[in-house]
Every structure is written in C-alpha cells, then in structure tokens.
Write a protein that binds this ligand. Structure first.
Ligand code: NAG
Ligand code: NAG
Length: 402
C-alpha cells in the first residue's frame, strides 16, 4: 500500500518533470533534416524507447516502429535512439514525443513542438513612385515578399523609423496569397502616404519582412529615396486676343490658357458650360469667326494628382456693324473698300458743292447789277445755304442755331 503510494508519487514527479523539462520548441527549416534526441535513452541498443508523433501527416498519435517501414522517408529511429526526419515539410509541424527507460530503469519523457519555416527571397519594392506630391495621397510602391513560411508580416519604414498605418496620412493595403502546392506565402503591401506640405523633401522608404517565428531576423528591401514635390496653387490664366474678345465677322480670336509650366497638365476647353470635343491644347484658335462662335469660353487644367482647375470665363462676341444685316455677309476687306469709296464720294461731293457755290456767288455778284429784284426770295435761301458752308455771318448764324 505504502509502496504503491510511493510509486504513484514518483510517476507524478516524473510526469511533471517530463512536462516541464522535456517540452521544447524546435524550429526546422523546410527541406532540411531534423534530429530529435530521445533523452534518457541508452546510446546503443538494447534500448527501451518509443517515439510517437502527432503532426499534419497523422490523424492522431502515431507510434513509430523501431524496425522501420513505410514512414522511413518521413521519420525514422536511429540506432542511438534519436529520431531523424530527413527533410522536414509543413506537414511535419506538430508534437513529437519519446518515452525511454535507462539501463537502471529510470523513465524519461521528451516532448518537442516542431514548427517549420522557410526564409523568403529578399523583399522588394515594386512599382515605386518617381516622386510624391505634398498634401495629397500618393502611392509609394508595393512591397513584395515571396516564398516564406509561416506568413510573417511586412512593415514599412520612413527614414529608418517604423511607419505605422493610421488610415489618414499613412495607409497600407495588404494581400496574402498561398502557393497551392508548396504552401509558401506571398505577401504584398501597398503603401499610400500623404506627405505634409513643407515636410522633408527627400524621404527614404524601405520595407522589411518579419518572420512569423521568434528570434528570426527581419529581411529588408533596398531603400528608395523619393522627392516630394510641393505644389504651388495652380493658377490658370485665360488670355484672349484681341483684348476684350470682340471681333469683326470673319476675324480671328486666340484664346491661350496660361498655367505654371508643367508638362503633365492637360488643357481642355469649355464653351457656354459644355466641354469642347477637342484634343487637349493650351491654345484655342477661332479663325473666320461666325455667329455660332460667340459665347463664353473657359479652360480647365487637369493635373493627375491635383484635379481640375478652371480659369475665369471670357466672352467672345462679334461686332455689330452699322450697315445692317447685309454687311454681315461682307468680308472685312470689302467693308473697308466701301467705306473708303463712300468717303471719297463724300469728299468729292463737298468739293463740287464748294466750287459750285463759289462760282455761283461770283455769278450772282455780277448779276446783281443786271437782274430784277423778283428773284429776291430764292436768293435769300441760296445765300443761307452758302453761308453754312462758308464762314457763318453773325446774324444768320444765330438764326440757324438752336
Ligand atoms: C513554445 O511555444 C509556445 C507557443 O508557441 C510557448 O507558449 C511556449 O512557452 C514555448 N515553450 C518554450 C519552452 O519555449
Ligand atoms: C544520434 O545520431 C545522430 C546522427 O548520427 C546525431 O545527429 C545525434 O546527435 C545523435 N544523438 C545523440 C543523443 O547523440
């Protein structure tokens, strides 16, 4: 009875000892051999030991036969009592246990928690940005890690310090894929940042892969250094030539959209609120202006990361000419000719009138002496006319005035 109790106590002690001391975490690289020692077992046969395992390959505990068999390619017991796994795989993750009795009958239990890992290739930043713009979200690049196990994590760094996603100025979009055959992971992390205006002009970004197992080194990408572009508020000026936008029918109006010199800008045109279906161009030339060209014009400058910016609106209108609607069909040059001809005709008429008047006056002076006074009334009228075209005499000038 006492002996039985003592034996029970010893079993408890041994099992506790085994649980505490014998439990070990083992990590093994995928594809490499792994040796697990059976502690307490004699180094040479005859031995009393039993290896059993519970892994991804087994449904429950599986006892390995010391004689070997179909499991030899996965795990086999060596002559010194240790267990050899020639090439560990993801399916070998699990628990391995050995129970051994020494020559003097002491029992030892060793338990191993086996985890496997694979070191991925050096992570890299694909599709890196060429420059960033302050004040707006920019895609920095995508960090890519291929062929790791377990998955691990990707972390971004700015100037060597961890960059913590806050959903505002810094955000990452992550994706994890697993190879259907090898079971290895591909991770990617796309970084978006909004650089502060007036911040560091040349930030350096890097990315690191942190393995999913403790005490394993992180892997770092080659850093990338980017320039931050400080946007000046985009000022879009619309210059119209001729000034005022007024043009004769058939004339030419040139609208020029002036922006800070930036090659990435696209200029579109809007007439009366409707975009014009033209290829982007900073100059809009309206030649041989027709009535339907009249309207309100503005230009819109679009930058890939700015959004559109519209200029002030200018109106283009055709001069109303005095000749009436028929003049609208005449060309500018024709109009000029008509005006000139009219001017010349007018001048000639005036000259003819003057000459005629002078001749008439002379004739009248000569005739006053000869002619009868019944023509008096007619003469008065004609004199008045004459006086208007010559220097007005005091009395008649005031009579003709208002
Ligand atoms: C083994 O790993 C588990 C979790 O993975 C941990 O809780 C335990 O403390 C580890 N044991 C030892 C002996 O390191
Ligand atoms: C048993 O043999 C293997 C391979 O020869 C060796 O790696 C291992 O350390 C040995 N185990 C012990 C307990 O000496």
């Amino acid at each position: 009875m006492a002996a039985g109790a003592a034996a029970g106590a010893w079993v408890l002690v041994f099992s506790l000892w085994g649980a505490v001391v014998g439990d070990r975490n083992v990590t093994a690289r995928i594809g490499k051999p792994l040796v697990l020692n059976c502690r307490g077992a004699p180094k040479k046969p005859p031995q009393q030991l039993e290896w059993k395992l519970n892994t991804g390959r087994t449904e429950a505990w599986k006892v390995l036969s010391p004689q070997g068999g179909p499991w030899d390619s996965v795990a086999r017991v060596l002559s010194n009592g240790s267990l050899l796994l020639p090439a560990v795989g993801i399916q070998d993750e699990g628990t391995f246990r050995c129970q051994a009795k020494s020559r003097n009958g002491k029992e030892t239990r060793s338990t191993y928690q086996v985890r496997v890992y694979q070191i991925p290739g050096k992570p890299e930043i694909v599709d890196p940005a060429s420059e960033l713009m302050a004040g707006v979200p920019n895609k920095v690049g995508t960090c890519l890690s291929k062929g790791g196990y377990p998955a691990g994590t990707l972390n971004w760094h700015l100037d060597g310090k961890p960059l913590i996603p806050d959903g505002k100025g810094v955000s990452v979009q992550e994706e994890t894929r697993r190879h259907p055959e090898t079971g290895l992971f591909t991770l990617q992390s796309e970084l978006m940042v909004t650089p502060a205006r007036g911040g560091a002009p040349h930030p350096t970004f890097s990315c690191s892969f942190s393995p999913g197992l403790p005490r394993r080194q992180a892997l770092h990408t080659t850093p990338i250094q980017l320039s931050v572009w400080e946007p000046v508020p985009l000022e879009v000026q619309l210059v119209v030539e001729p000034e005022g936008g007024t043009v004769a029918p058939g004339g030419t109006v040139t609208l020029t959209c002036e922006t800070p010199a930036q090659s990435s800008l696209q200029i579109h045109w809007i007439k009366d609120g409707v975009p014009l279906p033209l290829t982007p161009n900073p100059v809009l030339l309206l030649s041989e202006v027709r009535p339907q060209d009249q309207g309100t014009y503005s230009c819109v400058a679009t930058h890939p990361s700015h959004g559109p910016q519209e200029s002030r609106a200018v109106s283009v209108h055709i001069i109303e000419t005095e000749e009436g609607p028929t003049a609208g069909s005449l060309e500018g040059q024709g109009l000029g000719t008509v005006a000139l001809a009219l001017g010349i005709l007018g001048g000639l008429g005036m000259a003819a009138l003057l000459i005629g008047a002078i001749i008439w006056q002379r004739q009248r002076r000569q005739g006053e002496e000869r002619k009868a006074p019944e023509n008096q009334e007619e003469e008065e009228e004609e004199r008045e006319e004459l006086n208007q075209s010559e220097e007005p005499e005091a009395a008649e000038g005031s009579a003709a005035g208002p």
